[in-house]
Design a protein around this ligand. Structure first.
Ligand SMILES: [Zn+2]
Length: 187
């Protein structure tokens, strides 16, 4: 089994443990694709509209086989940035004046662990994450890149003036330098 311990700086290791994301032992390839049901996309879109003008966030559970990841469920979670005092303690923002729950999200590590545990008990995996970009294109920011891990799907929903618009998915390259767009196949 390949272990990607060389990916991370110490800082990223700390962020990883805070977000409780397990090391991924599966390789990222160029041709990864995500399949997702229309009703799950609709649930993500509604979550984005509901939490506007803040970023919404959640975990994608499903199954992976080869280059394909299949989302079976989107689990909506609270954006911990809506509790700035708590969020700053866990993972401080560099520029709290410019960064807030409107352009940053943070998943509570306790919630992450709870969802992972329940998923394992049901025989499904965490295959990715989703979040919204209020009044911003559905493209990953540098912040998103710095807090992402290879292999997982990062679904981004743009919400313009409260209305959900584009939805895209991205996978961080193994060298962690850029996100590659991922095909989204709607079932
Ligand atoms: Zn983002």
């Amino acid at each position: 089994m390949k272990v990607y311990s060389t990916w991370c700086t110490k800082e990223k290791e700390e962020a990883r443990s805070l977000k409780a994301v397990p090391f991924c032992s599966r390789p990222t390839t160029k041709n990864m694709a995500l399949t997702i049901k229309q009703e799950t996309i609709e649930a993500i879109r509604q979550h984005g509209a509901r939490d506007y003008p803040n970023e919404c966030c959640g975990i994608l559970l499903g199954q992976a086989e080869g280059d394909m990841k299949k989302v079976l469920e989107a689990v909506p979670l609270r954006n911990l940035r809506t509790d700035p005092a708590e969020a700053q303690k866990l993972l401080p923002l560099e520029s709290p004046g410019k960064e807030s729950e409107r352009n940053r999200f943070l998943i509570d590590p306790r919630e992450q662990m709870r969802v992972e545990k329940e998923a394992r008990a049901r025989g499904v995996d965490v295959v990715g994450y989703y979040h919204s970009h209020p009044d911003h294109p559905a493209r990953p920011s540098n912040y998103d890149r710095d807090h992402a891990w290879p292999w997982y799907s990062y679904v981004i929903l743009s919400v313009a003036k409260g209305q959900p618009t584009d939805l895209t998915s991205w996978v961080l390259a193994e060298n962690r330098e850029q996100f590659d767009s991922e095909t989204v196949e709607i079932l």
